[in-house]
Structure formats: C-alpha cells, structure tokens
Write a protein that binds this ligand. Structure first.
Ligand SMILES: Cc1ncc(COP(=O)(O)O)c(C=O)c1O
Ligand SMILES: [Zn+2]
Length: 570
C-alpha cells in the first residue's frame, strides 16, 4: 500500500515530505504542521489490509506517521472495547450510548496511544532523552513506553497532580520534577529546561505523532459501530457493510455524537481528524458532532465558544479539583477545533461542575459497572447535560470516550459511613464460634428491611429499578410482571412501597392503583409511578392525590428515584 506521507504547514501552506522529529516548516519556521496522506488510494486498499490484522492501534499503520511496525515497543495499545451503556441509556432515554473504554490501555488511559506513537517516533529519530509537562496521565503513559524504548524522561508535573499519579511516574524510572504552580506554569518551566539542556520537548498538539495517534480512536469506534447491527433501528447496519464475497467490512459507521473530556484538547483534535479522514477515504458518510466537555473551574474553550470567539482567553487560576483537566491556556488547539467544528457537523463545548462530575462518576460505577477517574467522568456529566438540554436527541448514536481509570477520590464522593465494621468475635462463655460470629454479624443488619414491590411488565425496566435500589440501600424487593400478580403480592406481603408502571397489557397501572386504593388492607401503601406514558389531563387527574410521585422513564437518574423512595420510607 502506498504511504506517501506529507507534512503541511498550517501557517504558510508549504507542503513537504514528513520526517520524524523534530520538525518545523522549512519555509516559515512554524511548528504547526499537519500530516496528509494519499487518501484515495488508502481508502481503496485499507479494508483488505484490515481484514488480516489484529484489533489494535497498529492495524491502521498506513495512516500513522510510522515507517514500520516495531513489535518490540508495543505494550498492546489501542483495540479497546466499545461497550453499550445499557443502564445509563435507559435512565437518560437514549438507547444508543456507547462507551469507548480507554481504561483498558496499558497504563489505563487514552494517552497510551499518544505515548506509543510518540515514543516510537523518538526512537526512530534516535532521540534518547526527552522532556514533557503533564497533568498526570501523559507522564504515566510516556514513562511506560520510554522505559521500554530506553529513553530517559523528565516529567514536569504541577504540584496539583495527585501524589499517587506522581509516584506512578517515578516508578517507571522517570525523573519527576514537581512544579509548584499551575499546569501552564509547569509547561513553561519544562520548555525552559529543555531549551537550556537542548533536549527534545514533547509539544502536544504541535507534534504530528501525538495528534495522529488520537485518530485511531475514531477509526476503531467507526469500525466497532459497524458491527452493532441492532441499535434500535437507528442507522441499523446491514450486510451491505460487508463485501459479498468475504466477511470483510467495507463501510465504517460514524456516530452522531462523539464526547470527550477536554484539557489541552489534543484528544478531540486528533479524533476529529480521524473522522474527517474516514470520510475523505469514503469509508464513512458523515462527521460526528463533537461534544467537548471541560471542568467548569477551568473551561477557557467553553467561555470562548459561548461568545462565538475563535481565540480562547486563558484561565489564569484554574478552580477545579480535577487537576488532570487544568490546562488554562489551550492556545491554538481551541482555534483549530473551533474552525473544524464550524466546517463539519458541529457540536458544542460545554462545562460541568466538579459536583456534577463526582455525582455522575458514582452513578456510572453503580449502574454500569464502570469505575473511572474524575477527568473521564467529566465527559459523562457532559452527556447528561447535553441530553437534558435536548442537544443530544433520544435516537442519536453517541460514543463517549471513557478516557481513564479510577483515582482515589472515594472520600470526596462517598463521604464517611460507606463501610460496615465487623470485629471478629472473641468467644463468649458457653458460645460456639459459629454463634459468636452470627451475633457479630447481626449487629450490622437490621431486623427487617423495608419491603418494596416493583411492578412492570418489562424485565429490563424491572432490572433497572432493582439495580437502583440495590446499589443505594438495603431493601427486600418483590417483583410483579403484571397487574393481577401485583395485587396478589401487595395483599399478601403488604409492602412499604410500590413502584408501579402504567402501561401493562391486560390490567394497566391505573386499574392496579384503583384496586389497591379500594381495598382497606392496601389502600394506604404509598405508590411511586414510573412510566413511559405521556399522560393526558384526564389520566393525570386519575393519579392526583393518590400517588407519592410520578417519574417519567428515560428522564431520571438513579438518585432522583432514590430521593423519592427515601422520602416515602423515612
Ligand atoms: C483521563 C483523561 N481524560 C481527559 C483528558 C483531556 O485530554 P486532552 O489532552 O485531549 O484535552 C486527559 C488529559 O490528560 C486525561 O488524562
Ligand atoms: Zn510554513
């Protein structure tokens, strides 16, 4: 396959053959360069090459600034799973949410892609010592790859980086330099250090290998989405995505939205370039809208976007606990993103508070089984916000980059009292060890749990509510899948609360409610209605004064239901 790689200067337009590192434009000396490939021939040849290659970042090597694949340097980067967010999707009323799980990279963040390609380029260029500034994860990822490649690394970290991350960087043999000050200041110190020592400095968005690495997220996502045949009829993919004569994929599938948390913005910049290239190669037919989400306390891009400005004014003092996202001055990266979003299917810059982030992070763990670090959770909090604002529509296909792993912030989120302590019993007189243990355990459980009956004909809906209740409290749960079963259980068990669906075949929720209320035994049991039905005024009247709360399916998060449950049971 041809791999004619060119560098194009973003300032004067000069085009020249790409060389790995360190490069500036030979005509105007600009450091803002972009890689260009021969897209028409690549588009034709790529599907056949991909068919024979394992699912990792290197399967797209012709679209990367690498001369050859060096198996000695790889740590298994790329090829992360795309998982469907079933429960989050049900809560938000958006069934087509997909999580690109970048936690599953070698050092647990999407920065592994950047490190793999950049360290590869350094090695190719014969560089053996390098300098970078980081908010944490870049330093961790580069440190791992530098260790493998035999490159000495200096990592300048702002003192706000959690100590666990710093330790991890040092653990790989990197020299950590802690800079008391902001991330932007740490960058200045690193640049000055590199200049004085004449060492290679990692330049983020001004480094072709760094930006190019991020494209592989777009490539993978669009390949992976093409294999989901069944997402709610929306863009449902058919055999036409495959070549008749072989199971080879010939069309990729771009999502409607791609969301990611943003600090310096190299992630979205590279991913967006990947989406453009797929379209250019005729492998997809659209560019997704970008949802670039920043932490409210450090959101220079969001401020500029709201004002419609192409240049972001730096935030001098970031005010967020999420140090990973504390780039105060995004520089030209914002401008490039802005211009490309205006050119393509658009999107938004949005910000979320630390509280919203921690909150969503906890929901994601409890409801989806995915534990992420705050910097990654920002994207999910942004998702909730964009869905609620109606920007993301119910049938949109949305991919959220789950950019990184959990860091120990549990104390902030869980507060105290989340564990129960059992002291192993010393044996009391006349007691067997078994009896002592039982007594010790009985001290941590109440005599009786509140009894809640869940009534819904749809097993998935029952499962979601069961999960909400299981994850946030201790209850005895009963389930009924139709109206008559619901009444039978209610009369026998006298639950403390009934969570009732309205639309059920045979006997609907209104009739169940009538029967409950007209029976002396069950008339006083509180009822929370959870329904997908748009109520008519007449129907609202039938419920008024007879139920504790009305909740609309697909429009509430787990803890909002819990607030209602607790207000009944307390
Ligand atoms: C986990 C995580 N998410 C998101 C980001 C933001 O990435 P970007 O540099 O693309 O703005 C980072 C940056 O380090 C990160 O580590
Ligand atoms: Zn130039």
């Amino acid at each position: 396959m041809s791999n004619q790689l060119l560098a194009v200067c973003l300032d004067c337009g000069h085009t020249f053959d790409y060389i790995p590192i360190p490069i500036t434009c030979p005509r105007c000396n600009s450091a803002w360069l972009e890689a260009h490939y021969d897209y028409s021939s690549l588009g034709m040849a790529l599907p056949a090459s991909l068919y024979h290659r394992p699912f990792n970042l290197w399967r797209y090597r012709e679209l990367l600034p690498v001369a050859d694949y060096n198996p000695d340097l790889t740590l298994g980067e790329g090829g992360t799973p795309l998982v469907r967010a079933i429960n989050l999707g049900m809560m938000l009323g958006c069934p087509n949410l997909f999580i690109k799980d970048e936690r599953q990279g070698p050092t647990n963040s999407f920065k592994d892609r950047q490190a793999a390609i950049s360290i590869y380029a350094l090695k190719e260029a014969g560089i053996t010592e390098a300098v970078l500034a980081s908010t944490g994860n870049v330093a961790i990822a580069y440190s791992a790859y530098a260790a493998r490649a035999g490159i000495k690394l200096w990592a300048f970290l702002t003192s706000l980086v959690p100590i666990e991350k710093m330790r991890e960087v040092a653990f790989y043999g990197t020299q950590v330099v802690k800079v008391t000050g902001s991330y932007d200041q740490a960058k200045q110190v690193a640049a000055e250090f590199a200049r004085q020592r004449d060492l290679y400095l990692e330049r983020g968005a001004r480094s072709i290998p760094s930006v190019e690495s991020m494209k592989t997220i777009a490539f993978e996502v669009c390949e992976q989405l093409a294999y989901y045949h069944d997402y709610a009829g929306k863009n449902a993919l058919t055999e036409s995505n495959f070549d008749d004569s072989s199971p080879r994929l010939v069309k990729f599938q771009a999502p409607d939205w791609y969301l990611q948390s943003v600090s310096g913005g190299i992630g979205p910049l590279g991913v967006q370039k990947g989406f453009f290239e797929l379209k250019e190669m005729n492998l997809t037919n659209r560019i997704p809208a970008m949802g670039n989400i920043q932490a409210e306390g450090c959101a220079p891009m969001v401020h500029a976007w709201r004002k419609g400005e192409e240049v972001a004014e730096p935030v001098k003092v970031p005010r967020t606990h999420i140090a990973t996202l504390s780039t105060g001055d995004p520089g030209r990266t914002y401008t490039l993103l802005f211009q490309r979003m205006k050119k393509s299917a658009g999107g938004v810059f949005e910000s979320v508070s630390d509280e919203e982030t921690f909150h969503t992070m906890h929901i994601l763990a409890k409801m989806e089984g995915i534990s992420v670090e705050p910097a990654a959770a920002v994207a999910f909090a942004g998702l909730v916000k964009l869905v609620r604002a109606g920007k993301i529509k119910p049938d949109d296909v949305v991919v959220i980059n789950c950019t990184g792993h959990t860091m120990p912030v549990e104390h902030d989120i869980l507060g105290d009292g989340w564990s129960k302590d059992v002291e192993y019993p010393s044996q009391a007189l006349g007691e067997t060890p078994q009896e002592g243990l039982l007594a010790a355990l009985s001290r941590i459980t109440p005599d009786r749990y509140a009894l809640i009956e869940i009534v819904d004909d749809l097993p998935d809906a029952r499962r979601l509510i069961r999960r909400v209740l299981q994850a946030q409290g201790e209850y005895t749960l009963l389930e009924a899948s139709n109206g008559s079963e619901a009444l039978e259980i209610a009369q026998h068990e006298l639950p403390d609360l009934i969570i009732l669906d309205l639309m059920m075949p045979e006997m609907d929720g209104f009739s169940v409610l009538d029967a409950l209320k007209s029976n002396a035994k069950t008339g006083a049991i509180p009822v929370i209605v959870v329904t997908a039905k748009e109520l008519t005024p007449e129907e609202e009247k039938r419920l008024r004064g007879r139920i504790h709360a009305l909740m609309q399916k697909g429009e509430f998060m787990s803890d909002e239901l819990m607030d209602e449950v607790r207000s009944v049971l307390d």
